[in-house]
Write a protein that binds this ligand. Structure first.
Ligand code: UD1
Length: 366
């Protein structure tokens, strides 16, 4: 079986790593495409290094741009790659612009190349069409031949949209494969201790959603809440480039005082920091899952989540919406009062480290 695996942005890299490994173990031929949506050393190279990913077979180098420009550039650059590689499967993961762009190219070339599209992390829905990721998720699922779901809430979402049941296969969460694989190394690295932090004695925050960082009011509310948390315990904030740009554009630099602001960190360091935190406050999708897997209480800075099992079965809660400094701080207090669960204590079904093997089995059977 020949597989062309697509990754473009930071949250994709941890999803493709176990799939590449499982394809290799099964003796399948896998080639890796990096679209270049994320390109900084901190947003891309550090992840390739930490996850032991091979250099991509194809690097499209598309870089940043408006949604239209970025998506179009990926499509233009991916078309000749697909025509050259002639895989049996194009595997796309997650919900970033690169995911949709490559699925769309492959779907349109299907008659010519015979290559089918498989979407890993299919069926998640926030039902918020203002989120670019929701547009990417729904359209990618519609275009895909095989929909590989991470949790049990995904299948009913897909059936409700008229997707044929035969196209949907439950595989579980590939991100958790990577987490379990990397956790010993992350713990050995003693990242919190290296930063002078006490395990279980600090909060970790991340912020990058357009709805939070592009709007000055929302950004000020969240940073204000983090400032209040920081009066109780240290708050580590690895700052995404998008958030950094917005803080300076809106003149909110003063609100960062008192926080431990650092550059975005690689996978292993981030896992170590998450594992050692008493509470995580985030608008990331992946961290909602990682905190549930680790048993660390999480406050999600969003109106809704496309990952509801992290709330119903895991350690996640949504801060009251619209976000205010008081509301976020109250959620932090609630989360901080919750005892940490043992890792694996509240694992959603299929978050067991074997999801990538089931992805490969589904591709082989498909
Ligand atoms: C993208 C994904 C989002 C994901 C996030 C993780 C889409 C629609 N969004 O959002 O789902 O959660 O990645 O980070 O695909 N930049 C750099 N260096 C980089 C990459 C970006 O400086 O390596 C800056 C650029 O100025 C860019 C901005 O960050 O304009 C935003 O990057 P972009 O890839 O457009 O979207 P993200 O906000 O990162």
């Amino acid at each position: 079986m020949r597989v062309l695996l697509v990754a473009g942005a930071r949250p994709n890299f941890m999803k493709i790593a176990p799939i590449l490994r499982a394809l290799g173990e099964a003796g399948d031929e896998a080639r890796l495409v990096h679209t270049g949506q994320h390109y900084d050393a901190a947003m891309s190279d550090a992840f390739f290094r930490d996850l032991g990913l091979p250099a991509p077979d194809f690097h499209l180098g598309v870089g940043s741009g408006s949604h239209a420009a970025q998506t179009a550039r990926v499509m233009e650059a991916f078309e000749p790659v697909l025509l050259e590689a002639r895989p049996h499967w194009v595997v796309v993961v997650g919900d970033v612009n690169s995911t949709l762009a490559c699925a769309l190219v492959a779907a349109k070339l299907k008659a010519e190349t015979g290559a089918r599209v498989a979407h890993v992390e299919a069926g998640l829905r926030s039902r918020d069409w203002r989120m670019p990721e929701e547009v990417n998720r729904v359209l990618t699922d519609r275009l895909s031949d095989l929909l590989l779901t991470p949790s049990h809430d995904a299948r009913p979402n897909l059936l409700a949209e008229g997707i044929e049941p035969e196209r949907i296969v439950f595989v579980g969460n590939v991100m958790i494969d990577t987490l379990l694989h990397q956790l010993p190394a992350a713990r050995d690295a003693r990242v919190p201790e290296g930063m002078g932090l006490e395990r279980g004695g600090y909060a970790l925050a991340t912020l990058h959603r357009p709805s939070n960082v592009d709007d000055a009011g929302a950004l000020a509310a969240v940073l204000g809440a983090l400032g209040r948390v920081a009066r109780e315990i240290p708050v580590v904030l690895p700052l995404h480039p998008r958030a950094r740009q917005s803080v300076s554009a809106h003149g909110l630099g003063g609100l960062l005082e008192g926080l431990r602001v650092v550059e975005p960190v690689g996978y292993t360091a981030m896992l170590g920091l998450t594992d050692g935190a008493s509470v995580v406050l985030t608008d990331s999708g992946g961290l909602q899952e990682e905190t549930t897997a680790l048993g660390v209480p999480c406050v999600t800075l969003r109106e809704q989540t496309e990952r509801p099992v992290t709330v119903t079965e895991g350690t996640n809660r949504l801060a009251p919406w619209p976000l205010t400094a008081e509301g976020v701080f109250a959620s932090y207090r609630e989360a901080a009062a919750e005892p940490r669960r043992a890792p694996g204590q509240s694992q959603p079904y299929g978050w067991d480290g074997q999801a990538a093997r089931r992805v490969v089995a589904a591709l082989s059977a498909g």
